[in-house]
Design a protein around this ligand. Structure first.
Ligand code: SF4
Length: 357
């Protein structure tokens, strides 16, 4: 069994530093949201062409850092932080259903980037506000991260796929005490992966859809151009057609491999699909950001065509692919969890009782 790292309480100075960093990221989030609403071109550049392209690499190296500073998490955990939450716990079935809804939501929402969000700042802002409201409302009812951050958030399945072998465990800057609201807790379980919970069919379907489907889905997504949706059903079908077809192919390959893989090699298979997904993402996203994309100006940040050699871009793609396969597949799994579990509620109460007043 991997060693369970448990903190009693974060030292006040460490906690203060995390609160400052969280506040900074929260402010950055507010600025981006305001830009999306009032300066859409700038907002789209900041959100879709800077923040989102950085996110997958950050998740691979330090999922816990993102879990600690995500502005959405900081917002929707406020009810819990201020003692306004009913602190309910989800049943395993509810958790499993939430986890399945999260990956289905990801597959439904992401293709809509081509039809709407990539070119429409206010629509992207509405999407973010909807997520903030959904997470915030759930925060009034459910304990810590169980319902949103580790449940319905559509980014969470990606965190679990890419965050299987992170650099190091960071302190948990949100949960002040662990109420054991999620079992297994994705933040506190070493080398978590989408298939970590096999408790019920919902979790198993969610894990299968995430690991098996994401690489194909990503490949397919990069073969659909941005087009402003005019309301035609045919356009909508075209938006989903290639990503869903590639998702099915990827799922089939994964299913066949999984059926013929010994249980002890399943983490390696998961690592392979994670590396394939994130490598595929950067193989298309890096050229698109710098003007070498396969779909013209879609997803362009700075046009370097003619100023930077194309072989340089290809070299970067080889380097990122090599890095991700080394990091997620070849490197020994280091038994790090994203975050260090805070002391359990009960144990903390005992410790407190013993402290001099
Ligand atoms: S650390 Fe504990 S309280 Fe926080 S999300 Fe995980 S299980 Fe819940």
């Amino acid at each position: 069994m991997p060693e369970l790292k448990v903190y009693r309480h974060l030292p006040p100075r460490t906690l203060l530093i995390w609160r400052i960093v969280q506040a900074l990221f929260w402010l950055i989030g507010v600025v981006i949201l305001s830009c999306l609403l009032f300066f859409p071109a700038l907002g789209i550049m900041l959100f879709w062409n800077i923040l989102i392209p950085v996110a997958p690499a950050l998740l691979v190296v330090s999922t816990g850092l993102w879990r600690n500073v995500c502005p959405l998490a900081t917002t929707n955990l406020l009810p819990r932080r201020f003692g306004l939450s009913k602190k309910k716990k989800l049943t395993p079935k509810q958790s499993g259903v939430f986890s399945l809804i999260a990956i289905v939501a990801l597959y439904v929402i992401v293709p809509l980037r081509h039809a709407v969000f990539n070119t429409n700042g206010p629509a992207t802002a509405v999407l973010i506000i909807t997520m903030v409201l959904a997470g915030g409302i759930l925060g009034f009812f459910y304990e810590w991260k169980s319902a949103w951050c580790s449940g319905l958030c559509p980014i969470h399945p990606v965190e679990k796929l890419y965050g299987g072998n992170i650099l190091t465990s960071l302190p948990n800057a949100h949960c002040s005490e662990c109420a054991n609201c999620m079992v297994p807790c994705p933040d506190s379980t070493p080398n978590i992966r989408p298939e970590a919970s096999k408790k019920n069919l919902w979790f198993r379907m969610s894990g299968f859809l995430t690991t098996g489907g994401l690489p194909g889905f990503i490949w397919g997504w990069f073969h659909v151009p941005d087009n402003r949706f005019t309301g035609s059903l045919h356009e909508l079908f075209m938006t989903y057609e290639i990503p869903f077809f590639a998702l099915l192919v990827s799922l089939t390959i994964y299913g066949l491999l999984l059926a013929n893989t010994e249980q002890k090699y399943e983490p390696k298979l998961s690592g392979f699909f994670a590396a394939a997904g994130v490598s595929c993402y950067y193989s298309y996203r890096i050229p698109a950001l710098f003007g070498f994309g396969n779909l013209g100006a879609d997803g362009l940040l700075i046009d370097l065509k003619g100023k930077f050699p194309e072989w340089g871009i290809n070299l970067i793609i080889v380097a990122t692919t090599t890095f991700f396969f080394y990091w997620l597949l070849v490197r020994t799994r280091n038994k790090n969890s994203w975050l260090i579990r805070p002391a359990f509620v009960k144990k903390t109460a005992t410790v407190r009782n013993k402290l001099p007043v």
